[in-house]
Write a protein that binds this ligand. Sequence first.
Ligand SMILES: [Zn+2]
Length: 258
Amino acid sequence: MDFVTRFRLPGDGTPHLPTDAAEALSWLAEGNARYAAEQAGPLAAAGTPKQSPYGVVLGCSDARAPLELVFDAGPNELFVVRVAGNVLGDEALGSIEYALANFRPSLRLLTVLGHTGCGAVAAAVQAYLSPKHSAGVAFSRSVRAVVNHILVAVRSAALSLEQTWGPSVANDPGYSKALAEAAVFLNTAMIAYQLAQELRPEDAGVKVVQGVFDLAEGKVGTIRGGQLRPAPTGPQELVDLGLTLAAAPLVTRHLSPS
Ligand SMILES: [Zn+2]
């Protein structure tokens, strides 16, 4: 399909990009024309369908993690909320609450999906490690709002690393990468926990699960195996997850052996 071939890099390794805004606009227009042509048959036959997603997914805005494509889902299957760092601000929470209130007959699952190499998490790690060099974050109220949501996961990941490897781990050349890697998983799990606590969707039979999408492999997974796992049920589970992450090869591969 077209989106797959366009995502791939051509032979010389450079991304295929529109040369200017006008060409970008034509890409959108042509893309929508193709989509409308594909949908014309089914829509004409059934009319505008009632919205009935089986899942809600809260994920990052990252262009490399398109949620419907990641789960091979079609229209009307997923109610998607995308925001940088998959953070749970008021608007995201309100959107999910709306879905829970209105799509109960079809809704089965609420998923929080983080992803490897998340720029929002990397920005939060940088703000945590060197606040003096994070002017872009400090002087933008809106960017700061995203980063602030993630800082709690970064602090928690830092504590876990320190507890596991000692305070000198912060001097390791690969520390910021290890911290970012762990923080992606913790941020995702913390948000799933928060959602489960605030909205109590399980009372209505909607399970909350969480996982991390690996940009390199295209797979969704968790540090404890499996693709998607239930949201943590208590703070201790999050502490344990932090310690598991601190010792996981995914994180320790960035650290120099002592
Ligand atoms: Zn991201």
